[in-house]
Design a protein around this ligand. Structure first.
Ligand SMILES: C[S@@+](CC[C@H](N)C(=O)[O-])C[C@H]1O[C@@H](n2cnc3c(N)ncnc32)[C@H](O)[C@@H]1O
Length: 217
């Protein structure tokens, strides 16, 4: 069983008490249908090391296995959709990093178990890249990174024509607080609408995500 407390100090300073598996499952069962929908979006704004997100990923991948386990390329495509709709933020950097790693391991164990020597490292790279973009170190109360104070920016990943992915980046604070809207400006210098991305990327094949990390992160 996972430890629920890392240290007294972290509990006092950040309220860090991890939820145990039984409660995680009971809570996720309240929205069971959504947890089993491959493209359903989940955002956990205080994700810790990912207890909820890990279970959401397991449930989604189970559906991907059942529906697409017989075709590696279909399995990979739907696994990318499952992964790209899971988001998390934590104010402690080690939690965010642990969470990313843990989610990647869940994906990779399943991928390797199913396709063994045929696994494709490009698929692993795409998945890692998505987790790097989706699981962020940040303060969910002021919507910034606690050290750099840069705004938290999330990426939306939309499948297009089967194998292509459209990425659009949005400011977290605009996604949750309409009152911030007037301070956002678009490329023409006009006030932007709430759903306007801060950055729009060209279409990319789902196995080519993260190929050029320096310009994409
Ligand atoms: C009670 S723990 C829950 C962790 C995880 N959701 C779980 O259920 O196992 C609360 C988490 O919130 C994080 N946290 C505290 N304040 C935060 C903030 N302002 N923004 C983002 N995360 C925060 C802590 O670091 C901790 O990981």
């Amino acid at each position: 069983m996972q430890k629920q407390v890392k240290s007294k100090r972290r509990v006092a300073e950040h309220g860090e008490v991890f939820t145990n598996e039984r409660e995680v499952n009971a809570m996720l069962d309240l929205v069971k249908q959504e947890t089993e929908r491959i493209e359903s979006r989940f955002l956990e704004p205080a994700c810790g090391n990912g207890n909820f997100l890990a279970e959401v990923l397991r449930r989604k991948l189970k559906v991907v296995d059942a529906r697409y386990g017989k075709s590696q390329s279909e399995w990979e495509r739907y696994a990318v959709i499952a992964v790209s709709s899971i988001y998390g933020v934590d104010i402690l950097e080690d939690n965010a990093l642990e969470c990313r790693d843990r989610l990647f391991q869940i994906f990779d164990e399943q991928y390797t178990r199913l396709f063994r020597g045929d696994c494709n490292d490009a698929c692993r790279r795409s998945i890692r890249f998505i987790f790097e973009r989706n699981i962020l170190w940040g303060d969910a109360l002021d919507f910034t990174n606690p050290v750099s104070k840069q705004p938290i920016v999330f990426s939306e990943w939309s499948p297009v024509n089967g194998s292509m992915i459209k990425r659009r980046d949005f400011m977290f604070k605009f996604l949750v607080q309409k009152t911030f809207q007037t301070s956002l400006f678009n490329d023409e210098g006009d006030p932007a609408t709430i759903d306007e991305p801060v950055k729009d990327y060209p279409l990319v094949h789902f196995l080519e995500l993260g190929e050029d990390v320096a310009s994409e992160l």
